[in-house]
Design a protein around this ligand. Structure first.
Ligand SMILES: NC(=O)C1=CN([C@@H]2O[C@H](COP(=O)(O)OP(=O)(O)OC[C@H]3O[C@@H](n4cnc5c(N)ncnc54)[C@H](OP(=O)(O)O)[C@@H]3O)[C@@H](O)[C@H]2O)C=CC1
Ligand SMILES: CC(=O)C(=O)O
Ligand SMILES: [Mg+2]
Length: 413
């Protein structure tokens, strides 16, 4: 067994299995404490909440609690391995919520027969939480699941693989285009993958100026084009009226490659076909569509990003979901809308262009980092992310009318 594999298994197993636990936030030592915490004292907040459900924000952990919910149908790029196998990833997302945004998060892995059964399960437990982060649910079911839950729940429901990924991709891409001296409006874009992450990333890039007809999306059968009769509703939105059929066909002269598909799907010879100063986001986890070492061997003019922590330019939704939920929950938002997503993109872009704090340099084993080809997006451990993104998102929630408070909390001012 490789040393890294053994270290990863040991990290998860020792000294206590798993990555999260529950801790008490109130004293529970004496008879008096217990009389307040449990019977008879607990009856008082029960009566308050029965009268006004909003009182749950005041008397329970609801307002700082996110459910990370999966069915394990698209675990990273590892595929449909079932709900229980997704638990380490969901515990991992809970760890990231706590570590980066001090939000308490609990992982819930749902076994279900039909999409409707999954939706009902989540809708029936939603009121317990301040927000729901859907994770690693495959396309096309993920689209119906998210839309239906948004309709049925009074709290933010956010499919991280769609929107968290799209927000970070858009921020990194706009920065990378600026560095390469290219415009998004003119860019020829190839998107490998046509699932949850792909559709949301391309839709957000279009909102940022990309031209739909200059996007070539591929699934396992090749280029998605208008003459195919096997396309789902979401793939149809990207059906290109083209006679190009293969990855090589569309990569010829492309400015941008976004990989949200699977490992090693971009051969070096194909990368070589791209236009001058290309941008390659090989975001499949844990193994990217092309390894950065290999990509740099083929092209010395590219900007390269992956979803991983161990290479420069980590384009990963960890840069978004903890902070977007922090902002949304702090103003008791009922939803996470486009205005909040755009605010997160802009905040991420801005931070990338500012001097990097020393603590980030030392956590990244770096002597220097500054806006450029190897630093298009902040590092996840950057302490500025939480305040800056959460504030931008919370303000956007208030301005767009989805917040349940009128002003930012005093801690934000
Ligand atoms: N860096 C980041 O922050 C994130 C990265 N990702 C990565 O993106 C990938 C997809 O995730 P997600 O969208 O949630 O999953 P989905 O299951 O929703 O979509 C997967 C897509 O990849 C396509 N695909 C898989 N294998 C191939 C192949 N050999 N050739 C062409 N296309 C292929 C599938 O094609 P078909 O439709 O034909 O089945 C499908 O369209 C994963 O690797 C994941 O790790 C996801 C979210 C965040
Ligand atoms: C990062 C992430 O959410 C994924 O790869 O699925
Ligand atoms: Mg995911």
């Amino acid at each position: 067994m490789s040393d890294f594999r053994q270290r990863a298994l040991d990290y998860h197993a020792k000294p206590t299995p798993g990555k999260i636990r529950v801790e008490l936030s109130k004293p529970a030592d004496s008879v008096n404490d217990l009389a307040l915490a449990y019977s008879p004292g607990v009856a008082e907040p029960v009566r308050e909440i029965a009268e006004d459900p909003n009182a749950a924000y005041q008397y329970t952990a609801k307002g700082n609690m996110v459910a990370v919910i999966s069915n394990g149908t698209a675990i990273l790029g590892l595929g449909n391995l079932g709900p229980l196998a997704s638990k380490p990833v969901m515990e991992g997302k809970a760890l990231l919520f706590k570590r980066f945004a001090n939000l308490d998060a609990i992982d819930i892995e749902v076994k279900h027969r039909t999409t409707e059964e999954f939706i009902n399960t989540v809708a029936n437990i939603a009121d317990t939480f301040g927000g729901i982060n859907l994770e690693d649910i495959k396309a096309p079911e993920c689209f119906e699941i998210e839309q239906e839950l948004i309709k049925r729940c009074k709290i933010p429901v956010f499919h991280d693989d769609q929107h968290g990924t799209a927000i970070v991709t858009a921020a990194g891409m706009l920065n990378a285009l600026e560095i390469q001296g290219k415009s998004i409006e003119k860019a020829k874009i190839v998107c490998m993958g046509a699932g949850a992450a792909a559709v949301a990333c391309m839709e957000l890039l279009i909102k940022c100026g990309a031209q739909r007809e200059r996007i070539y999306m591929l699934d396992r059968k090749g280029v998605i084009h208008t003459r195919r009769d096997d396309l789902t509703e979401h793939k149809k939105l990207f059906a290109n009226n083209t006679d190009k059929r293969t990855l090589d066909d569309v990569m010829d002269g492309a400015d941008i490659f976004v990989g949200v598909s699977g490992p090693d799907l971009l051969p070096p010879e194909t990368l070589a076909l791209m236009a001058e100063n290309p941008i390659v986001f090989a975001c499949s986890n844990p193994d990217p569509e092309i390894k950065p070492e290999l990509a740099h061997e083929v092209r010395d003019d590219l900007i390269m990003a992956t979803g991983r922590s161990d290479y420069p330019n980590q384009v990963n939704n960890v840069l978004c979901f903890p902070f977007i939920f922090r902002g949304a929950l702090d103003v008791r938002a009922s939803a996470i809308n486009d205005e909040m997503k755009v605010a997160a993109v802009e905040a991420l872009r801005d931070i990338s262009k500012e001097p990097v704090p020393d603590e980030v340099l030392s956590a990244s084993n770096s002597d220097a980092l500054s806006f450029g080809k190897d630093y298009i997006i902040p590092k996840p451990m950057d302490p500025r992310l939480c305040n800056r993104i959460a504030t931008a998102v919370a303000k956007a929630a208030i301005d767009s009318g989805v917040a349940r408070v009128e002003e930012l909390p005093s801690s934000y001012r």
